[in-house]
Structure formats: C-alpha cells, structure tokens
Write a protein that binds this ligand. Structure first.
Ligand code: NAD
Ligand code: XAI
Ligand code: MG
Ligand code: MG
Length: 347
C-alpha cells in the first residue's frame, strides 16, 4: 500500500502496479464470487471479473434483468442462478441489489453467510444505517466494500477501453484475517484503476452528498438556473443551451478534467478569466449553506430513510420514470437533444 500526499494530506492508496491482476487471481483462486443483482453495478462488476479470469456467478430474480444477464452470456444453471442459489454456492457474496432491495433480500442472504465467507457491498449504506436497514452480519464473516466512484456503465466501458475507474475500499469486519487481500483483489478484479481507503460511514456520507450535490442534483439546479435566466432575458433556446451546457461538457470540462481549473481558465480569454475569478466567490457563498444542509440531512439518516421509503413502494419505478420523463421533455433538455444531433460526429 502506498502512502500518497494529496494536497498536503497523506492517504493510503493501492494501485495496479503494486497489486497486479495476477496477484488478485492468486488470492481469489479458490473462491466463488456471486454477484447478486444485475442492475447497473451488477453487469459492470461481474463482466469485468469474468473477463479478468475470476470464478464468478450471478444471482438475479426472474424478469427483464435476468434476460439481460442471459443475453450477456451468463448461463442459467451454470453461471446464472436465483439469488438464493447463488448465495449458497458463493464464498464471496457481492450484494449489488438496489439499497432498498438489500433490506428485502437480507434474510435470504444472511441464511447463507456461513463462517469464513465474505459479504461485499459497493456502498456503506446497508451497514452504516443498520438501525434503518436491519442489516447486521454475523461476526464470523468478512464484511468488505469496494465502491466504484462512478456509474457501473462507465466501469464497464472504461474497462473495455483499457482504462480504470477509481474506487474506494473499506473493511468493516475482518473475521478470517484475509479481509484486506480479499477486498483489494476484488477491487482490482472489478476493474478499479486505483483504490483509496475509507470506512463504510465515510463512503456513504460522501457518496450521498456527492450525488445529491455537484455530481447530479446541484449540477442540474445550477445549469437550469442559468438557462432560465438567459431565456427570461430573451436569449434563444440554442444560445442558452450552448452557453450553459454544451460548451461546458464539450469544451471546458475536458480541459479541467485533464489539467485542473487554472489550466482551463488559462485557456480562456483574459475577459473570461477576470469574470470567473470575481464570480466564483458569490456562487460559492450562495451554495455553501445548501451543501451544509445537505450534509446534515445525510448524517442524520434522513436521506437514507427517504430513499428506503420511496424505493420500497411497489410503483416507485413508474413514478421515477415519470420524473425522468419530465426532465427529458423540459425545454432545456429537448434543446440538448437537438444540439447533440448537430455534433458533426453524430451525423
Ligand atoms: N448505479 C451505480 O452505478 C452505482 C455506483 C456505485 C455504487 N452503487 C451501489 O451499488 C449497489 C447496486 O446499485 P445499482 O444501481 O446497480 O442497483 P439497481 O437499482 O440497478 O438494482 C440492482 C438489482 O436489484 C434487483 N432488485 C430490485 N428490487 C429487488 C427485490 N425486491 N428483490 C430482488 N431483487 C431486486 C433488480 O432486479 C436489479 O437487478 C447499491 O448499493 C448502490 O448504492 C451503484
Ligand atoms: C454513480 C454514483 C452517483 O456515483 C453512485 O453513487 C450511484 O449511487 O449511482
Ligand atoms: Mg451513490
Ligand atoms: Mg457514487
């Protein structure tokens, strides 16, 4: 494990150089890894593990996603089973059900957690909010986490491109003395580029804050506020969209992804630089209290409870699809659909 300096703070990081794939295969050579759930993370992690040469099976309930697993080459009765049968066959149970479904399936999973097995999550949710989820593992199994920091879809596409998404890892319980080598081997196996150390609680608090904040919730809120302002002052939809979203994702975000914010600023006009440096502070000050409120809502368990309550409803998928439809059909994103078609590479 390497100690690395992140802006003056030292953290533990594991890279593929120090823990190569061959070592991961050696560590897990006698294990049967069961990926339970085939939604977004399930396909990414199981297909990467399979392509990396691990002994992996999938446990999925019947329905559309079971059929998707078959289409992806998992064979019923050989590598694809019911959730119960996969848990029984596994030595490592990777719980990649939705966080709400983990509660419903916990009695089935728990039944097959015999001594020495490993229970793996990709989120700190189930364990951290145990008063709300009721998920309390027996003391004689390892409880570990690899949480890819991005969508399962990106985990798979980046793997196929020869790249790797970063993941955090944590050990909640080391019953066998092998929890560390197991968790790192799994992290490398699922296609992580590098792994940084965390705890279950820090992972879930930062993850819930990030997705509600800058990664998903705040970004839509901020983009819409600017788009609306431009439209209310008579700018056309294409102009408002291009100045709000298209330029950000196509031109400027790749620059600061590659070399940092100062590099992106340095590649814009002095007029833009002066304005950005002046206005970053008012935007920071206006949003900081909202981020603090969000963090408190995460830390109190309110966000977890809301997610459990809404995602446990029988009609949650229909309601969610309706909300996503409204987003898709909003003027800003309808404009986005037309703008995307105009990109020469899409013609
Ligand atoms: N989506 C991501 O890219 C992502 C990224 C990082 C971490 N995670 C974490 O990974 C885990 C899996 O998330 P996901 O987004 O892949 O899940 P998901 O919402 O896509 O659902 C996964 C599976 O749960 C199954 N399922 C739902 N309800 C069920 C029930 N009642 N009984 C049996 N099966 C049921 C579905 O069939 C599906 O195959 C979660 O802990 C999540 O927080 C997800
Ligand atoms: C992909 C995300 C947002 O990072 C993940 O945390 C999720 O919940 O889907
Ligand atoms: Mg998340
Ligand atoms: Mg996340």
């Amino acid at each position: 494990m390497a100690q690395m300096n992140f802006g003056g703070v030292t953290e533990n990081v594991v890279t593929r150089e120090e823990f190569p794939l061959e070592k991961a295969r050696e560590v897990l050579k006698n294990e049967t890894i069961a990926v339970i759930g085939y939604g977004v993370q399930g396909p990414g992690q199981s297909l990467n593990l399979r392509d990396n040469g691990f002994n992996v099976i999938v446990g999925q309930r019947q329905g559309k996603t079971f059929d998707k697993a078959v289409a992806d080459g998992w064979v019923p009765g050989e590598t694809l089973f019911s959730i119960e049968e996969a848990c029984e066959r596994a030595t490592i149970i990777q719980v990649l059900l939705s966080d709400a479904a983990q509660i419903a399936c916990w009695p089935t999973i728990k039944k097959h957690l015999t001594p020495g097995k490993a229970l793996y999550f990709s989120h700190g949710f189930a364990i951290t909010y145990k008063e709300r989820t009721g998920i309390v593992p027996p003391a004689d199994v390892d409880v570990i986490m690899v949480a890819p920091k991005g969508s399962g879809t990106s985990l798979r596409t980046m793997f196929l491109e020869g790249r790797g998404l970063n993941s955090s890892y944590a050990i909640f319980q080391d019953a066998t003395g092998r929890a560390f080598e197991r968790v790192i081997a799994l992290g490398i196996g699922v296609g992580s580029g590098y792994l940084f150390e965390t705890t279950f609680q820090r992972e879930v608090y930062s993850d819930l804050t990030g997705e509600r904040g800058t990664l998903m919730g705040a970004i839509q809120g901020l983009l819409l506020a600017q788009y609306e302002t431009l439209r209310e002052h008579g700018h056309t939809p294409s102009e408002a969209f291009n100045e709000t979203v298209e330029e950000l994702t196509q031109s400027l975000m790749p620059l600061f992804a590659a070399k940092g914010m100062d590099w992106m600023y340095a590649n814009c006009s002095t007029t833009a630089q002066r304005g950005a440096l002046d206005w970053m502070t008012p935007f920071h000050d206006a949003t900081k209290p909202v981020f603090e409120k969000l963090y408190q809502s995460v830390a109190s368990g309110e966000e977890a409870q809301r997610s459990i309550d809404s995602n446990s409803q029988p009609d949650y998928r229909e309601k969610l699809n309706e909300e996503l439809r409204q987003l898709r059909e909003s003027e800003m994103w309808q404009t986005g659909a037309v703008v995307r078609k105009l990109r020469p590479e899409n013609n």
